[in-house]
Design a protein around this ligand. Structure first.
Ligand code: GDP
Ligand code: MG
Length: 745
């Protein structure tokens, strides 16, 4: 339901002054916001030469120069307003789709006339045509490289002020035509004009005056078809028949009469009929023309139409004004909503731009705010507090700590499954068991870690220079595939004098070989984490930085270098940890090393005994019997004698390596996750997430601030434009609410 604001005082009888107030308001609104919000208006449409400009002149008193060459080539908005001083101002409202330079040019066009004469006007129109670059028959093609257009989508704005003017705004648009004129109009002009006319008619706040000469049958008129398309209910379309004096045949007259009297009318608002001055009445004034009109309609057959109230310019004028006022009243609440919406949109845009940044203090404050926002997001993302900001909704890629924990898990399992170069002995047995179950993964050696890097990497070519020197391809084992064979090789080639033992240097060598894949897998994992963190930083800063220029300057000119160096540090740290773990002296205080070793040794002994002995049951039958092994003393003695010193050392070395490997792997995975991933890349003091913070902003020099956060001209212009718009919308809202100090209606 549409609420009609309390400005209708028709019940008090003071009709005209109430309407006057409303029309004044609309004029004020037009001044303020007509380029953004459609306002109630009247548009005159019809074929070329159907009498549109003549009807307009009758309605507004504004006389267009009658020069065929100056026929309407663009929309003309005529506003009449009551003012003490009489004047006519002509300017051009630029078409918003035109190139900016052209808009600037036409905006400069401005003429004021104190005294109106046909000559003065003709000159102004000629100037306006030139300003819009319109082609006329006097323009020769050689004057410019491209042929200037015959029509323009800029709007010529005429303001007619005077003590006797009535508030009124009408728009005259070029007439529709169907045939091109050699040297003046082209095929494409036909479409351009039709589109222009249709776009004016489409607006629900526009009253359409469809002008048709009386000597044609309205049923055949294209303009009515267009109007029906734009206004299907025909509630804002009104037909005006012109040139009744040229309808001489009785049947033609009757068709016009039937339409006006409503017998054949298909329009809710009906048909009006007027008679304007013809080409032969050039020397007559408007008043003389209207006297002629009254005389004309008092004669048969037209005199019968008097009772319809739809005859002559005077009735049309009254009706059109009433219609306009009705439409305005009806549209006021909607208009208010539109203005509120535009105001809100403009304010949101201005707020998004942040405060003005003209000096180092405002620039610093501006950047500081962004850095605080960024740090808050970092805090939330590393604490898994994802409900804090809508940025995290539907963005699993920005749920940083979750992604990193997942990556750590993948890293741990990767290291567990594929970190060792050769399978340890008992593991082989176990794993071939599980292979029966189908879970045993084969061929992991050929798997390409590069192809498993996050595809997001493609979005960040800046990471290439960090990643390029990092080699994450998996190495092949050097020497025999089997671990015991390998140990034997190493043992033989570097055996010293020691009897039944081996030096820890030997363990170091074997351990290094066994952990050769740690480096690529670890560096791959760190690369993954860096991509994750980098993506987070880039995306959040882009999101919270309203000005893309600032974001780019901050990113390219400042953050990127520091981010890259912190990523390099993380890699460096990882390599240092790898070096200690793999190339240093094997060392551990972890008691699991010994217990693992003892367990392996015991397992080995038990399986040997099982091989040599016979299964038996221990204990008295009928009571709790246990499985046991029966061995003769000789067999037991052979157990140790059978094994050569070398065999023994090989096995022992394998068990030591295996036990140490297990302990070292757990320690290493933990240290990488804790130090490199969690500290270096996430929460540590020097993590990339900490680079853009308040301290950094405080340390920026005046020059750096200007470089990052300085406003360029475009931003300044945009800000001024928004400020200006907001001011106008606020003012318009006051007008709509009746709190603008204008006399209440
Ligand atoms: P527009 O091209 O639609 O703007 O039409 P104009 O208002 O310029 O009129 C075109 C021609 O028709 C002009 O020469 C007018 O004098 C003439 N004209 C307009 N209305 C009437 C009318 O009611 N009777 C006569 N005889 N001529 C008219
Ligand atoms: Mg015209």
């Amino acid at each position: 339901m549409m609420r009609i604001p309390n400005m209708d005082n028709s019940t008090t009888g003071d009709h005209s002054s109430g309407n006057h107030a409303i029309l004044t308001k609309v004029d004020k609104l037009r001044e303020l916001i007509s380029n953004r919000v459609a306002l109630p208006q009247l548009v005159v449409v019809g074929d070329q030469s159907s009498g549109k400009s003549s009807v307009l002149e009758g309605l507004t008193g504004f006389a267009f120069p009658r020069d065929a060459e100056l026929c309407t080539r663009y929309a003309t908005q005529i506003t009449c307003r009551r003012e003490d001083e009489e004047s006519i101002t002509v300017s051009i409202i630029p078409n918003h789709d035109a190139p900016p330079s052209e808009q600037e040019t036409v905006k400069r066009f401005h003429r004021t006339l104190i005294e109106m004469s046909p000559e003065n006007l003709a000159e102004i129109f000629r100037d306006a045509n030139n300003a819009m670059g319109i082609r006329t028959s006097t323009t020769t093609p050689s004057q410019s490289s491209s042929i200037p257009p015959a029509f323009s989508e800029h709007i010529l704005k005429i303001e007619k002020l005077g003590p006797h003017e009535e508030h009124f705004t009408v728009i005259d648009v070029p007439g529709i035509f169907r045939k091109e004129t050699e040297g003046i109009t082209t095929e494409s002009d036909i479409d351009l004009v039709r589109n222009m006319v249709q776009s004016y008619m489409k607006d629900a706040r526009t009253i359409i005056l469809a002008i048709m000469p009386s000597n044609v049958d309205p049923a055949t008129q294209e303009i009515l078809k267009l109007a029906k398309k734009a206004d299907p209910n025909m509630t804002r379309t009104m037909a005006v028949l012109t040139k009744p004096d040229l309808a001489i045949e009785r049947t033609t007259q009757q068709i016009a009469i039937d339409h006006v009297s409503g017998k054949r009318s298909d329009l809710t608002l009906g048909y009006y009929i007027v008679k304007n001055r013809g080409p032969d009445d050039m020397d007559k004034t408007l008043e003389q023309g209207q006297a002629d009109e009254r005389a004309f309609f008092s004669q048969a057959p037209w005199s019968d139409l008097k009772r319809t109230g739809k005859v002559g310019m005077d009735s049309l004028k009254v009706r059109v004004r009433a219609l306009l006022v009705d439409l305005i009243k009806k549209e006021f609440p909607e208009l208010k909503r539109d203005v509120r919406r535009e105001l809100h949109a403009a304010r949101t845009q201005r707020d998004a731009m942040g405060p003005s940044r003209r000096n180092q203090h405002t620039q610093r404050a501006y950047l500081n705010k962004i850095s605080e926002k960024f740090q808050a997001l970092v805090r939330d993302a590393t604490n898994a507090y994802y409900t804090s900001d809508k940025l995290f909704t539907n963005r699993p890629d920005l749920r940083l700590i979750t992604r990193v924990v997942e990556a750590n898990e993948e890293f741990a399992s990767e290291m567990d499954k594929k970190g060792h170069m050769r399978e340890f002995i008992s593991d082989v047995a176990q794993e071939s068991e599980s292979a029966v179950g189908g879970e045993f993964e084969v061929n992991f050696d050929t798997e390409d870690l590069y192809s498993r890097l996050s595809p997001q990497l493609d979005n960040y070519p800046e990471l290439d220079e960090i990643f390029d020197p990092i080699d994450i391809s998996l190495p092949d084992p050097s020497g025999p595939e089997d671990i015991i064979d390998y140990i034997e090789d190493v043992y033989k080639s570097s055996r010293g004098q020691e009897l039944g033992t081996f030096g820890s240097a030997l363990l170091g060598t074997v351990f290094q070989e066994q952990t050769k894949k740690w480096e690529p897998i670890t560096l791959w994992h760190i690369s993954q984490a860096i991509i994750c963190v980098h993506h987070f930083i880039y995306t959040t800063i882009k999101d919270i930085c309203p000005d893309s220029k600032v974001q780019e300057a901050l990113w390219d000119g400042f953050l990127l270098d520091q981010l890259q160096s912190s990523y390099r540090k993380a890699f460096g740290h990882a390599k240092y940890l790898l070096e200690i773990e793999r190339e240093g002296q094997p060392f551990t205080m972890n008691h699991y090393f010994n217990s693992n070793l003892q367990k392996d040794q015991t397992d080995r002994l038990v399986s040997k005994l099982e091989q040599l002995g016979r299964q038996t049951m221990i204990g008295r039958p009928g009571e709790d019997q246990k499985e046991g092994i029966l061995l003769s003393k000789l067999e037991l003695r052979n157990l140790s004698v059978n094994k050569s010193n070398a065999d023994y050392v090989r096995e022992y070395m394998h068990d030591v390596l295996k036990s140490y490997y297990k302990v070292s792997l757990k320690r290493f995975v933990d240290v990488i996750c804790m130090q490199v991933i969690m500290s270096d890349l996430l929460t540590g003091k020097h993590s990339p997430l900490k680079i853009f913070n308040t301290d950094m902003v405080l340390s920026l020099s005046e020059e750096q601030l200007e470089m990052i956060a300085g406003e360029d001209l475009a931003v300044k212009i945009r800000r001024d434009k928004l400020d200006n718009e907001i001011e106008k919308y606020e003012e318009a809202l006051k007008v709509l609410k009746g709190t603008d100090g204008a006399p209440a209606s």
